[in-house]
Design a protein around this ligand. Structure first.
Ligand SMILES: [Zn+2]
Ligand SMILES: [Zn+2]
Length: 834
């Protein structure tokens, strides 16, 4: 008999076409009676080609989506394009074309690539954020935010990337460098649009608790640190000779008596008045110019020399009444806190170094518990821990925690300070001076000032005719047809805003638009929103831990308060997949270690690429690419193919995990049946509950080996064909979400009529696991009360809950509290109750 060869290309095309024609993955409507499941992978930027990182991300999402479908959920699994952004613009400049042209071409190419991988996307919901049909809603949100004061314009020192020719948000600057191109970021004073994310700082922080368990703890703690809440006091220090006060924020107001001088940011707005009468003004100005031209990173680094200059002015310590000289210090930044620091050299290392350098007084006001008060002159390391207050007037000899409260009351009584909370989070600068983004819908009129574009005039469309200047500047400011507009209020000639929005604005709400992407009279359909959101499972890279994930959380809250929904959080569960590495490094063109997905699909087929990505490593760990391992995945699929074809005529569509009670099985039949149910048990546990696809695949591989070893004798035995059929059906069912094409093909080859995509995830029969069972005795408070047979390798948690469910055991527990469960594996469970 001529053996039919496994030719991935043929069967993959065939099944992709089948799913498309059958609309297998198209979600047509919300079904309130059916449980829903919304799985989403972070949508890609259409850079030109997909890379292995994409393949891994989307393969994980696809398994989840297909698995949930097989469990009976109404599954939403959409895909789209985060299509605005600078690479399109730079490519357009290089190729002398329009960014839209480059972008849509890339989208077409990448869509084909994704389709070749057989992902279960509902393509009828595809969207691209650069369509006016999409960004018009964002412009409307902006107008609503503006009306509420959530969007505002201010002149501020902002991050400027000279290479990208645009400003960046704080979140887009990493260690002083541009997140996109690694250039050192400069500070520039510019008028910019901001979104008031700081209004939500407390809620963004507090709601992280709700995400605990659903999100990786690492991401939660990164967001916590970024928001950076600290609790303390704002204290006023009156300035001598000026009717003004310097306000500082401090968390260590218990050390107020030790504040001996004041450090200001050189950019502090009070500086010109403080140095007005100083004959050394020129020297001071020099210092300011030199310091402010330095990078923040450099100024605040631990090993940077602490430098400063005396302003000639003094302020008064409200606790001691003493004069404190006011210094400018390089390590104090204007944007953090109030730009002023009360210096307590005995209890802050930077202040101590500064005090020693400029010969400023050091006063100890906290002494370590049970030790002598340190001598200020001998101090070379600041004492920063809690202790007992000394040299602090009426607060002496009290623990610092108590002093904190008492000083706060005292200062509030004097109206010299207020308890306060400070956040590290700053408002989100969304102005970009580039072309390829959503225009900010605002008009500037000489008479009326800032005038929002009337909602009826939206969208403000990015002009198609623009030509890109070669230096990366936006063409918009010079494009008269775009800029010139009549003022909507007074009708006089006015100018449009030419800044566009940060592309992170588009990705802050796309997941919601996917629930009704073709709705054209509003941004969202309330019914669809209510049914589908939040996203049940979101999947993407850890690099978005702060940026995108923080912005999206903010947007959901801001749109909630604008009346769009009741939602508090966008993503119930988050999986951050590891990177794909080659030779120990992230794949990149410059390192020359890129593995091209297209090439791999051509050589091995999409199923092998998918299988490899899911088998090589658990999703959250990095994956080290190996050529021999992907060949191993390919050989496994070939083995599966040959086995099913070899057993043609023997096997039939009996269904996975076929019920066989009452049938007398031979020991060999029993053995395969046990192996089958054991594989199903492991796969169910590892795939559905834990997303550990690699161990589920391993279980399938073992089962296939057992089938291979027993096939000759079983094809002759009384129930052998049935046992073989059931076992092979189980292999195909478990693998279906992972390698869907080959599984569909072999499934139909076995004689099944319905697509495997719609099959139900089978349940294993624990009675079939008999070979690997042991008897475990169950005690309550050390007394034997029951016993049960369980699988040898049963998970301890599973065993524990099974025992607690036992009727006899329950009788002895009744309403007492279970304080402890002691498990001696494979022997005994002792439940301690009180
Ligand atoms: Zn840059
Ligand atoms: Zn006007």
């Amino acid at each position: 008999m001529q053996e039919r060869r496994y030719i991935p290309e043929e069967i993959e095309k065939k099944w992709q076409q089948f799913w498309e024609e059958e609309k297998t993955f198209q979600v047509t409507h919300e079904e309130p009676d059916r449980p829903k499941y919304y799985v989403l992978e972070m949508f890609p930027y259409p850079s030109g080609r997909i890379h292995m990182g994409h393949v891994r991300n989307y393969s994980i999402g696809d398994v989840v989506s297909r698995m949930k479908m097989m469990q009976g959920y109404n599954v939403l699994h959409p895909m789209g394009w985060d299509a605005f952004g600078m690479p399109a613009e730079n490519a357009a400049i290089k190729n002398n074309t329009h960014p839209a042209h480059w972008t849509y071409q890339n989208i077409d190419y990448m869509r084909d690539e994704l389709k070749r991988l057989g992902y279960s996307y509902d393509w009828s919901r595809e969207l691209a954020t650069c369509h006016p049909e999409y960004y018009q809603w964002e412009q409307l949100f902006f107008l609503k935010f503006f009306e509420k004061g959530l969007a505002y314009r201010k002149k501020a020192p902002v991050n400027w990337c000279p290479t990208c020719v645009t400003v960046l948000a704080n979140e887009q600057v990493e260690a002083g460098q541009c997140w996109r191109c690694d250039s050192m970021v400069e500070k520039r004073e510019l008028s910019q649009w901001f979104l008031r994310i700081t209004d939500y700082a407390e809620e963004l922080l507090k709601d992280l608790d709700k995400l605990s368990g659903g999100w990786p703890e690492r991401v939660i703690s990164m967001q916590k640190n970024w928001i950076g809440k600290s609790t303390g006091m704002e204290i006023d220090f009156p300035v001598q000779g000026l009717k003004e006060k310097i306000t500082v924020f401090t968390t260590r107001h218990d050390t107020l008596f030790g504040a001996t001088f004041m450090s200001l940011a050189p950019e502090h707005e009070m500086v010109p008045r403080l140095i007005r009468d100083n004959p050394e003004q020129e020297k001071i100005s020099e210092f300011i110019a030199r310091t402010t031209s330095q990078e923040h990173q450099e100024r605040t680094a631990e090993d940077t020399e602490k430098e400063g200059i005396f302003t000639g002015s003094y302020c008064i310590n409200p606790a001691t009444g003493e004069k404190m000289p006011i210094f400018l210090a390089n390590f104090v930044l204007a944007e953090y806190g109030t730009g002023a620091v009360m210096a307590v050299p005995a209890h802050d290392q930077r202040d101590l170094e500064f005090a020693r350098k400029y010969n400023l007084p050091v006063r100890v006001v906290v002494k370590p518990l049970g030790m002598d008060e340190p001598l200020p002159d001998e101090l070379d390391t600041a004492f920063v821990d809690p202790g007992l207050a000394v040299n602090s007037g009426q607060f002496n000899n009290k623990p610092t925690s108590q002093v904190q409260e008492e000083i706060a009351d005292y200062l509030e009584g004097l109206q010299a300070g207020l308890r306060a909370v400070n956040y590290r989070l700053r408002d989100w600068n969304i102005s970009r001076q580039r072309f390829w983004g959503a225009p900010i819908p605002v008009i500037y009129c000489q008479t009326c000032g800032i005038v929002p574009v009337p909602p009826g005039d939206l969208p403000v469309v990015l002009p198609q005719e623009a030509e890109m200047p070669r230096d990366g500047r936006s063409p918009l400011p010079d494009l008269e047809s775009f800029v010139q507009v009549d003022c909507p209020e007074c009708g006089q000639k006015a100018r449009r805003e030419t800044d566009t929005m940060d592309t992170f604005v588009e990705s802050s709400w796309y997941f919601a638009r996917f629930t009704a992407p073709r709705k054209n009279d509003d941004a969202f359909d309330p019914e669809a929103i209510k049914y589908w959101l939040p996203v049940d499972q979101y999947i993407g890279g850890i690099e978005h831990a702060i940026l995108h994930l923080l912005y999206a959380r903010f947007f959901v809250k801001a749109l909630r308060d604008t009346g769009y929904w009741d939602l508090d959080e966008p993503f119930a569960h988050l999986l951050t997949q590891g990177m794909v590495l080659k030779d120990g490094a992230k794949m990149s063109k410059s390192k020359g270690n890129v593995v091209d997905p297209d090439e791999m699909i051509q050589r091995f087929g999409a199923d092998t690429v998918r299988l490899y990505c899911l088998f090589a490593s658990p999703p959250e760990k990095d994956l080290e690419w190996s050529d021999s391992a992907i060949e191993g995945s390919y050989r496994f699929l070939n083995r599966l193919w040959r086995l099913v074809h070899e057993l043609s005529g023997v096997i039939s569509p009996v269904g996975p995990c076929m019920a066989m009670e009452g049938t007398k099985l031979t020991p060999e039949e029993n053995e395969l049946r046990t192996a089958e149910h054991e594989a199903m048990r492991r796969a169910t546990r590892d795939m559905l509950d834990r997303f550990q696809f690699n161990t589920a695949i391993a279980a399938c591989m073992e089962l296939l080996n057992t089938i291979g070893q027993r096939r000759q004798s079983l094809r002759e035995s009384p129930n052998g064909p049935q046992v073989l059929s059931s076992a092979l059906s189980t292999v195909l069912t478990v693998l279906a979400p992972i390698t869907p094409h080959i599984c569909e093909e072999l499934w139909s080859h076995m004689g099944y009529r319905q697509s495997l995509a719609w099959s139900r995830w089978p349940e294993y029969d624990s009675r079939a696991l008999v070979r690997q069972e042991v008897t475990v005795v169950i005690q309550v408070n050390g007394k034997l009360r029951s016993s049960m047979n369980v699988p040898v390798d049963m998970d301890q948690e599973e065993l524990k809950s099974l025992c607690l469910e036992d009727e006899k055991v329950k009788k002895h527990i009744q309403d007492k509290n279970v304080v402890k469960v002691i498990i001696v594996p494979q022997k005994l469970v002792n439940i301690v109750v009180r």
